[in-house]
Write a protein of this length. Structure first.
Length: 194
């Protein structure tokens, strides 16, 4: 089964504000949604037939009273990515079982609130979440960043012998040779006199 079309939800950005409803008993929220808002699944006639909800791994937050559906809701699959579940997210859902991986935030939430929990292996969770990828919210492709220009190579320290003139040692005037070397190095220093 593929993900529930986005047209079945009122979406603001990447947050589901509420479910608009149709005759589905299984809801697979599309990948790319990051938050399920407060009262996203209210208890109205078309939502009362929902028995199962699968949340994608892009979701990190579930709001207060998000699943206010009623007795028919039997399972909600919650991935490890969910780090915030506001109380009471499963109000008026006495028959719900949370399906999640052992040790996840949803697992501890279920234990704390005495909600039955069924642990899934990582493989089972990956299979379950694969459905969420169809009808996913398209992510904008980033614009390519032009490469930075290469900085010029640093100049070597000291004398660059490839550019210095070839000269014979002037034994008659050693001060002149020191002055030529100092000029090439762009350093001036006093030459000791004899």
């Amino acid at each position: 089964m593929s993900a529930t079309p986005l047209s079945m939800f009122k979406v603001t950005g990447t947050r589901i504000d509420y479910y608009l409803g149709d005759n589905r008993n299984r809801i697979v929220i599309p990948d790319g949604i990051t938050e399920i808002a407060t009262l996203a699944f209210p208890s109205f006639e078309s939502a009362k037939i929902i028995e199962s909800i699968v949340i994608p791994s892009s979701v990190t937050k579930i709001g207060k009273h998000a699943f206010f559906i009623g007795r028919n809701l039997k399972t909600v699959t919650i991935p490890e990515s969910v780090r915030i579940i506001e109380d009471p997210a499963f109000y008026n859902c006495p028959n719900v079982i949370i399906r999640t991986t052992h040790g996840s935030f949803a697992y501890h939430y279920a234990i704390k609130h005495r909600i039955p929990v069924r642990t899934l292996t990582s493989y089972q969770m990956a299979e379950e979440l694969a459905e969420t990828r169809s009808n996913a919210i398209p992510t904008p492709t980033p614009k390519p960043v032009p490469p930075k220009p290469t900085p010029p190579a640093p100049k070597p320290y000291g004398i660059d012998h490839r550019q210095s003139p070839k000269k014979e040692w002037d034994a008659e005037n050693p001060k002149r040779e020191i002055a030529v070397v100092a000029t090439l190095m762009a350093v001036t220093f006093p030459v000791p006199s004899r």
